[in-house]
Structures are given as structure tokens and as C-alpha cells.
Design a protein around this ligand. Structure first.
Ligand SMILES: [Zn+2]
Length: 50
């Protein structure tokens, strides 16, 4: 079934892209030790819903 292989491959590629998109900002944030201000959502857990 080539279609299943294509679907699984596509899911793997999408998962890899999603992991990369999430990981890169985290790595950049970890390397930057300075204060990011109130807009950084990793320094501050959640400012609260509006
Ligand atoms: Zn930060």
C-alpha cells in the first residue's frame, strides 16, 4: 500500500517540522540569558487570560 507509506511519511515529516518549530525558539531562549521582558511567555508562565 503505497498510500499508507505516503501518509506515514507525511506524518513523520510534519511531526519533525513541528518538533523543530517548537525546539528552535526554546534553544534560542535558553542561550539568551538576559531578561526578555513581560512579553516572553517562557519566562512568565501565563500572564492570565483576557
Ligand atoms: Zn524568556
Amino acid at each position: 500500500m503505497t498510500l499508507w507509506q505516503y501518509a506515514i511519511g507525511l506524518l513523520l515529516v510534519l511531526a519533525t517540522l513541528a518538533a523543530t518549530v517548537v525546539t528552535v525558539p526554546l534553544l534560542v531562549h535558553e542561550r539568551a540569558r538576559h531578561d526578555h521582558g513581560p512579553t516572553c511567555r517562557w519566562c512568565r508562565p501565563r500572564p492570565g487570560r483576557r
